[in-house]
Design a protein around this ligand. Structure first.
Ligand code: AFP
Length: 283
């Protein structure tokens, strides 16, 4: 799998350059979720597809920006599911964005995720890689190369609360729960970019990121294969938890379509336990 991670490092520098040099603005197309594609979305997807086309271990690709599965090599082992530029609508206001990668072996479902990675394009380019055995590893681009910085471990309880989704469309019990955390002194940290928002909570010791079911998005907004499940591995390997609104582990999700979404909650044990209580979920 090392060939996949080395390829992601090359992709990171290419997409970072594209963010800094390519023209912004919308292309004249939509992705499979019916969202207007930014030129950078399309450009980032092309960079990733070209990079993995020559990686022998990669059998196929699934992208937020593509309809189905793109077969690359029958002799390959892994399917890489990715969001090429998550939060891309934040680039034009100069906020951090990211790329997310899930590496699957076998059927595309949570239990077959063997590793995940994400890149944060911010004041610095950072890369986090997780497998099923160790804590996630943080790397930082220094002098044109990624240097290992540290393993990531979360505390039992954090201080940050990233509450996603349109508040007027939240369920009453969800609003009461979020308000309770703020009443306990949690600080709001939400940029609208899943990658920097989840990265911040992991690196700052913990807290809660929530994107619940809402009246306008009853199945949540974030995609299972290339957003939710890859980050679920990150959070569990960092000592936290990642569940849906029924209390099921996100790593046990079985998407029926490559672009299926799920309500999702990522956090430290204290916050997830409090959420389960608020949602009437048995511990
Ligand atoms: P865009 O890719 O359209 O900017 O959406 C970003 C995102 O998919 C994810 O990165 C955020 O966590 C989430 O949407 C923010 O959604 P809300 O704006 O509804 O909170």
């Amino acid at each position: 799998m090392n060939d996949i991670f080395e390829t992601i490092k090359k992709i990171a520098f290419e997409i970072d350059n594209a963010i800094k040099t390519e023209e912004l603005g919308y292309s004249d197309s939509e992705n499979s979720s019916g969202e207007e594609q930014l030129k950078l979305d399309v450009q980032s997807d092309i960079i990733i597809e070209k990079a993995f086309a020559s990686v022998a271990s990669v059998k196929a690709l699934v992208s937020e920006e593509k309809e189905g599965v793109l077969e690359l090599s029958k002799s390959g082992t892994y399917t890489v599911c990715y969001d090429p530029l998550d939060g891309s609508s934040l680039v034009d206001v100069n906020l951090s964005v990211g790329s997310i990668f899930g590496v699957y072996e076998g059927e595309l479902e949570g239990k077959n995720l063997v590793a995940s990675a994400y890149v944060v394009y911010g004041p610095r380019i950072e890369l986090v890689i997780a497998d099923r055995k160790e804590a996630p590893k943080l790397y930082r681009a220094i002098g044109g190369e990624f240097k290992f910085i540290s393993e990531i471990k979360m505390n039992e309880k954090g201080k940050l609360n990233a509450s996603g989704g349109t508040q007027q469309n939240w369920a009453d019990y969800h609003k009461a729960f979020i308000d309770k955390l703020f009443a306990e002194g949690y600080r709001l940290r939400y940029s609208g970019g899943m990658v920097p928002d989840l990265h911040q909570i992991m690196l700052k010791g913990g807290g809660l990121f929530s994107y619940p079911a809402t009246t306008d998005k009853p199945n949540g907004k974030l995609r299972q294969l290339f957003e939710v499940i890859p980050f679920a591995l990150m959070y569990e390997q960092a000592g936290g938890e990642a569940i849906n609104d029924k209390g099921e582990r996100l790593l046990e999700l079985v998407p029926s379509h490559p672009h299926d979404t799920s309500p999702c909650f990522f956090g430290s044990h204290y916050e997830i336990s409090a959420l389960k209580k608020a949602y009437g979920i048995e511990e």
